[in-house]
Design a protein around this ligand. Structure first.
Ligand code: FEO
Length: 389
């Protein structure tokens, strides 16, 4: 396997995970890649590495340029094993290599994962000369773990951004201009919504630090490298970090015998009649990670379930559990559902959404067995009035 040149003496030497479909609960429909980069300078430098099972793929790509035993410096921007899984192998092959990671968390996490290693801690904004080139380390804690940092190559103005600006995307193309931009941006948004969303305030701080840099290339650790469309990805991040909302309602439900679905469709129709864009999901048809990507920038969220055994349906419970972890905010909600006798599902959904500090748009909608025509009209009327008051 070959390295791919991204600039003179700078190579992509990562691995493509074509068959990845689950990244701890996040459905990665398009696979992913683990991007590592090799810089040939007076000190041969490897930036990040790959998931353990792809170590040979990375070594093969490095070997197409130099003998991996000659690596002098290993930078670990982030200890999560998709970027550090080959570290022990690299140490075995190149025991002279100096390993750099953020202080104190990068050092701590690598030691906790792999045993006591002689990691050199780097402070925020510290620089390292590797010959003709200089690397600058900028800490980016919690985007995605406490240890994250990005590495800025001052000479070529390349930002090795690790998880930030990444997309779970397996492709033989390396650059943004070689791929469908709308898919790349969708996957970047999905990545943010499922991984970075809980840490938006930290991402905001990093974005502020990065403003000071002149960036000509963003070499991410997943998916495509941003070069021709840097302004597109930066604008997308700007809107996501500042939590810009769309005039949009997401309605999610599960239904036992169709009654909750009738309510869901009534809610959808009412939003539509108020000129608010709607997406309607039966939770069984779409993965939670795609649904939350849509919820992420919506002003309204409606969640419904029939009552089953004094509870909501497990599919909806699972979605709410996942959503709660992401820390949604600035959204108005509706809880709804049909029931036979107990009717607990709606109160339980309502409580969950309230605990997420979202704002209730109207009182919970509970219908016993099947909704009647006059009940449908009342629901539509209540929602319409609440939206348009
Ligand atoms: Fe791609 Fe947080 O690891």
């Amino acid at each position: 396997m070959l390295a791919q040149k991204i600039r003179e003496n700078i190579y992509w030497v990562g691995a493509i995970d074509w068959s990845l479909r689950n990244f701890h609960g996040y459905q990665t429909t398009r696979g992913s890649s683990y991007n590592a980069y090799l810089i040939i300078d007076e000190k041969i430098t490897l930036i990040d590495n790959v998931k353990k099972k792809f170590t040979n793929e990375m070594l093969s790509r490095i070997s197409s340029v130099i003998n991996p035993k000659k690596i002098d410096i290993i930078i670990s921007n982030h200890g999560e094993p998709d970027h550090s899984g080959s570290l022990l192998k690299m140490i075995e092959l190149a025991p002279q290599a100096k390993i750099y990671s953020s202080s104190p968390n990068g050092v701590k996490i690598l030691n906790l994962l792999y045993g006591d290693l002689p990691i050199i801690p780097v402070k925020n904004n510290e620089t390292l000369s590797i010959g003709k080139r200089t690397l600058r380390f900028i800490h980016s804690p919690m985007v995605h773990w406490p240890d994250n940092m990005v590495t800025y190559l001052e000479n070529e103005k390349i930002l090795f951004s690790n998880d930030i600006f990444g997309q779970h995307l397996a492709t033989s193309n390396r650059f943004d201009y070689e791929f469908d931009l709308s898919i790349a941006l969708y996957e970047a948004k999905k990545y943010y919504a499922n991984i970075v969303w809980p840490y938006s305030s930290q991402a905001f701080k990093i974005a502020d630090k990065l403003k000071e840099l002149k960036i000509e290339m963003i070499a991410t650790s997943h998916g495509l490298i941003w070069e021709k469309h840097i302004s597109d990805i930066l604008n997308l991040y700007k809107s996501m970090i500042s939590y810009e909302k769309k005039d949009k309602a997401v309605i999610v439900y599960d239904t036992m015998w169709g009654s909750t679905e009738v309510i869901a469709k009534t809610i959808a129709e009412t939003f539509q009649n108020s000129n608010i864009m709607v997406t309607l999901y039966n939770v069984n048809d779409t993965h939670d990670s795609d649904i939350v990507s849509d919820i992420f920038d919506s002003k309204f969220l409606a969640v419904g379930s029939s009552t089953l055994n004094n509870n909501m349906l497990p599919t909806i419970a699972s979605l709410l559990c996942y959503l709660k972890g992401l820390g949604p905010k600035d959204m108005k909600f509706i809880s709804f559902g049909s029931y036979g006798w107990g009717g607990q599902s709606v109160e339980l959904i309502d409580k969950e959404l309230e605990e997420m500090h979202l704002e209730r748009l109207i009182s919970p909608i509970k219908i016993q067995y099947a909704p009647k025509e006059e009940q449908i009209k009342l629901i539509a009327n209540d929602i319409y009035n609440a939206i348009n008051k």
